[in-house]
Design a protein around this ligand. Sequence first.
Ligand SMILES: [Zn+2]
Length: 436
Amino acid sequence: MVDPHVNFAMLTPPNSRGIVRSPQGASYLLLGKQVIKIDKHPLLSHIYMLGPEQTDKVLCRFDRGTQRFVLVPYERGYVSSSGQEINYVKVVGEAQRRFQDGFLQQSQKIRYRDGFRTDKIDEYRQVLEINSVLGGNIKGILLYGLDEGELALAGKYTGAARELREGVITARKYINQIKNELMLGKVDNPLLQRVHEIFTVEPDSDEAEALLITLLRNIEDTGNKLARHISDNFSRIWLVEYHDPNLVGEVYHQDPLKRIFINIKKSSAYHHNKRVNVKCRFLCSHYKVNDDVATFLHEASHNAAKTKDYFYLDSLESQRLLNEEMDKLLKSDIAKKGAKGIIDMAKTLKVTLPPFKDKPLAWMLYNYYPQVRGRFLMQNADLFSQIIMELADRIEPKAKRDTVSVKRLSAEVLALFITRALWQAGAAPEGGGMRP
Ligand SMILES: [Zn+2]
C-alpha cells in the first residue's frame, strides 16, 4: 500500500486535502511519515484509486463534509446530493463492463465509419475521451478518412476531398525536396541562405548550425508523420464541420490514432471546387492548393515536432512573407502567450535569464538571443509550416506557377507511386522499427 520509492525531499507541501505532488506530477496522499499513490479513477471522475503501481487499488471518494477520503466499498449507505443511494461497487463494476463491451464491439468493425477505433484496449479509453471532446466541437463528421472507400461516399465534397488528399502528398513532397537540398550542404545553396535570413543568424556560425540541425530534425519528423498518413491510405485524415467557422484543422496530442481533423468548409480545396462548379476558367486556373498544404504541415507538426499555436500568421489566403511577420513581432509588443513561449524556450535551452520580467524579458530574449528566437519560431506551428512553404518555393519557383492541370497530373502520378511503395513497405507493423 505504502510507496517506498518516493523521495520526500522532492514533494510539494500538502494541500487542504492532504495531497502532495512529486516533480513528475504524480499525486500522493500523505499519511504521517508515509505516502500512498493516488490516481483518479479512469471511468468514474469522482472516485480515486489508492495504492502503488501494479497493485490492487483501494477505491475512495473525497467527503466534503468531513474533508477526508472515505473508502468506497464500505460506503453502501452513502447518499448522493441528488438524494439517491449509490452502491459504488456496483457502479464501478457496471462501468467496467460497459467499457469492455464497447471495446469488443468496436474492435470487430472493419472501418472507422462503421465504428472501428482501435484494437488496443489501453488506447480505447483515450480514444473515447478524444471523441467526446471532439463531439463538443463539431457539427458532424463528413468523411472518416480520405481513402477510396470514403471518397466514394463524399458526394458533393468529392472534388475537395481528392484535392485535400493531393495536398498531403504535396506536403510530403516539399519536405523530401527541402531535405535533399539542405543535405547537399552547399554553402551557396539559396535554401540555406534563406534559412539564415529567416533566423537572422550569421552563416557558418555555431548558432546557424544548431538551428539547421533542429530544423532538419523537425522537418524529417513531420515528413514521417505525413508518410504514415499516406501509407495507411489517408484513413486518419477526417473531414469535419466545426461549430467554430474559423477553425482550419485540429489534432489532439493525446489521440492514439493521431488523426488530423480538417474543417472542410474552411479548406481552400472546398472553396476552389465550389468556384469550379460555378463555371470559371481563367480565375480558377491561378488557384493554389498551397493553403491546404500549409494546413497539413501545420497539423502534422503538432504531432511530430510538438509545435504549439503561440500565434497565427495573418491570413491563409494571401501570400505571407515570414520576414514581414517577424518584423511585426519585433516591433509590436509580444502577446502574453508568445512571451511565455519565448521565456519557456530560454529555460529549456538553459539560458541565463537577464534580470527582467514577462514581456520585457521575452522581448529581450527574442531580439538578442538568436538561439531562443530561432527555436521559438520553429516551435510555432504556423511559422514552421510557413518556413517549409517558403523553402519549397525556392526549389521550384517555375513549377509552382505552372497551370493547375499539369500540377494535378503530376501529383496523381506521384500519389500512385508513393502509395504503392509505402503500401509495400508498410506491410511491416507500425512501430516495428521503421525509424532508426
Ligand atoms: Zn495548430
